[in-house]
Design a protein. Structure first.
Length: 285
């Protein structure tokens, strides 16, 4: 049974992290130039936003990474608390296989007043700008940064689940700041948290994210394995949560078992005395 789950996870993550074909990519340089000409809701220019979180990526060019994975130095996986609280986090990965919207899931969270942190990729945003604005205006939801191209974060092109990561410090900066600028320009709020595509990093890339003013957040509960779990598997994963757990799930695969599994787990966890919170303002470890 374990090998079947591993295979499903590989397929799910590979599909979710699928990059656009070269002919589908609009020049990022052209896109950012166009965006800089448009003021955001707070009146700042895009150039000012970038200056607020500027680092010299060349300072990291000769750094050699020694770690690679989901839990390298600097990656947060839990909230620091003794209280019975859990953070549900949902990724929206974007791309050809990840541009869906799980309306049933979001409707349930709203009906039951379950707050959640949404890590949203730029490709999903470009497909669903109206939905992003709707979600960002809802006090139940916290919008955070899930990267620009949805790739692993590496200073040397490391692979995760068959997906090639960023190949240099300059690429790391673009993967973070490209979407950072997009989210801030549309919502008026700069994300404070970052999760990479595939949730893989090296420790130098994580340090760069911190220098850019964001914390890296992964998980201690694998909630839906790249939206490949059945409803019963999602339910079983979530009820294993403990005080301060952060669960990783997906909101971009409406045909998955995620919505039903979350519905079952929320009811049971509340009966056990747990509450649900966003990650905003929480101490992380």
């Amino acid at each position: 049974m374990r090998w079947l789950i591993v295979i499903a996870l590989i397929i799910g993550l590979a599909a979710c992290a699928q990059k656009e074909r070269p002919e589908e990519i609009v020049s990022k340089e052209d896109k950012v130039v166009a965006e800089k000409e448009i003021p955001n809701k707070s009146g700042e220019s895009m150039n000012e936003i970038e200056e607020n979180q500027e680092i010299d990526s060349s300072a990291f060019e000769h750094r050699k990474a020694m770690q690679w994975g989901e839990n390298v130095d600097g990656v947060n996986t839990r909230m620091v608390t003794d209280e019975k609280m859990i953070a549900l986090t949902f990724d929206a990965c974007g791309g050809p296989y990840g541009n869906g919207y799980d309306e049933k899931l979001i409707d349930f969270l709203r009906e039951e007043e379950v707050p959640a942190t949404l890590f949203i990729n730029e490709r999903w945003i470009l497909e669903h700008e109206g939905l992003l604005l709707e979600l960002a205006s809802d006090p139940l939801f916290q919008i955070e940064n899930h990267g620009t191209a949805h790739v692993p974060l590496s200073v040397s092109g490391q692979l995760a689940w068959g997906i090639e990561g960023t190949a240099s410090p300059a690429d790391v900066k673009e993967e973070v700041m490209g979407n950072q600028v997009t989210i801030k320009s549309l919502t008026g709020r700069a994300p404070m948290l970052f999760r990479s595509g595939t949730a893989f990093y090296d420790e130098v890339a994580v340090e760069m994210v911190n220098e850019l003013g964001l914390e890296v957040v992964n998980f201690d509960i694998l909630g839906d394995a790249g939206a490949t779990y059945s409803a019963s598997q999602v339910h079983q994963a979530l009820i294993e949560a403990t005080n301060g757990s952060i669960a990783l799930l997906h909101m971009n695969q409406p045909s998955s078992g995620t919505a039903e599994g979350v519905r079952l787990a929320v009811r049971e966890l509340r009966e056990k005395g747990y509450s649900f919170v966003t990650l905003e303002g929480k101490a992380l470890e």
